[in-house]
Design a protein around this ligand. Structure first.
Ligand SMILES: Cc1cc2nc3c(=O)[nH]c(=O)nc-3n(C[C@H](O)[C@H](O)[C@H](O)COP(=O)(O)OP(=O)(O)OC[C@H]3O[C@@H](n4cnc5c(N)ncnc54)[C@H](O)[C@@H]3O)c2cc1C
Length: 330
């Protein structure tokens, strides 16, 4: 399968008593939350997924560095998530540690020259409305994207021909160096060190370093707040008309292939309405798979394969997933 995947198989990792003791010890110096056997269906917009062995929600950049170090030192598999709006988590859950960057990292600071510095846990849609209301233009397109800034940076979230990468001047990340001692630190990356491309985020080049986005600085422009807010209202109305927002989903399942649109190809191939278990290709939008009733990851994966096969047969295009697959092999 040619999908982008963050699956974390690890045959070396066992969630045994040792890990439990390790977590108890770690909790003493950790300012955030630690949850064992966290049901990931509660942390994803698809409402799908088994339990993560450990879910850690850091409260400070130091906590983030501490989690990186813990995982590196003890060889615990680690994946960082935001609001889980672009994730398909395995029914068998996620081995090791899921680090969720959320509300604790949602500070917003308005800087000189129409720049805004925003924490990775802040919601992109909220920032879109807030900046518009302040008379700053540039983020109106993002008003209907439900993830947070960290997820947007990693996915290079975009819509209507714009994407976040075009606005980013700097990103602050926590990363460990990958050396034996696995010491994690916070560093700033400037625009020319970042490498955004279509639905591919700025830190992919640093993937080997397990980089975690902590905050970003965006360059906006002076605008007319009434016009920006009107644009946002229109955009939200258009999205509500064309997207099945009344059902749990992860937005577009497939990336647009060069020269075409996945939604169009799926519709033309007659796949709308196809269903497996509780998962269905939306009748409203061909590139959305909705959770109509207790869908499992296995249902969605099977539907993805079926759609891919039909589209390939009818159009010759091989669709790749935009959603990221996480966790143990299903
Ligand atoms: C109804 C709906 C509509 C949508 N519309 C759009 C759209 O128009 N355009 C669009 O681009 N997307 C859209 N999406 C998809 C999704 O909202 C975006 O991809 C969003 O940017 C993901 O953010 P998140 O916080 O949910 O990230 P998650 O889904 O939690 O994670 C996404 C990826 O980023 C990584 N990650 C997350 N946070 C961090 C961090 N702090 N540091 C390092 N890695 C991190 C994760 O490991 C994962 O690989 C839509 C989704 C839904 C449900």
């Amino acid at each position: 399968m040619s999908d982008r995947t963050d699956r974390n198989y690890s045959d070396k990792y066992y969630n045994d008593k040792h890990t439990e003791e390790l977590m108890q010890e770690f909790a003493a110096g950790f300012g955030g939350k630690i949850l064992a056997a966290a049901p990931m269906a509660g942390y994803t917009s698809w409402r799908i997924g088994g339990a993560a062995d450990w879910l850690l929600e850091p409260a400070t950049p130091e906590d983030v560095a501490a989690v990186l170090e813990l995982c590196a030192r003890h060889r615990l598999p680690l994946v960082t998530i935001g609001r889980g709006t672009n994730l398909l988590v395995s029914d068998r859950g996620i081995a090791g540690v899921v680090m969720r960057i959320g509300e604790a990292f949602s500070a917003v600071e308005y800087l000189a020259d129409n720049r805004v510095r925003v924490g990775a846990g802040a919601l992109l849609a909220t920032l879109s409305r807030e900046t518009a209301a302040r008379g700053l233009t540039g983020l109106e397109w993002a008003c209907g994207i439900p993830g947070n800034i960290g997820g947007a940076l990693m996915m290079n979230a975009g819509a209507y021909g714009s994407s976040i990468g075009e606005l980013v001047t700097e990103v602050q990340v926590a990363a460990y160096t990958g050396t034996e001692k696995a010491k994690a630190g916070v560093r700033r990356l400037s625009a020319d060190e970042l490498n955004f491309s279509y639905r591919s985020g700025c830190l992919d080049a640093l993937a080997g370093l397990s980089a975690v986005a902590l905050e970003a600085t965006l360059q906006l422009a002076p605008g007319d707040s009434a016009a920006s807010l009107a644009q946002i209202r229109d955009t939200l109305a258009a999205r509500a008309k064309s997207q099945p927002l009344e059902y749990p989903s992860a937005g577009s399942v497939f990336r647009n292939p060069a020269g075409s649109h996945a939604g169009y190809l799926i519709e033309q191939a007659g796949c709308k309405g196809m269903a497996v278990g509780g998962a269905q290709v939306s009748l409203k939008h061909g590139n959305f798979i909705i959770n109509t009733d207790g869908a499992r990851a296995a249902d969605v994966l099977s539907l993805i394969e079926q759609v891919r096969a039909v589209v390939a047969e009818k159009s010759g295009y091989i669709l790749e997933t935009e959603v990221r697959l996480l966790g143990r092999a299903n």
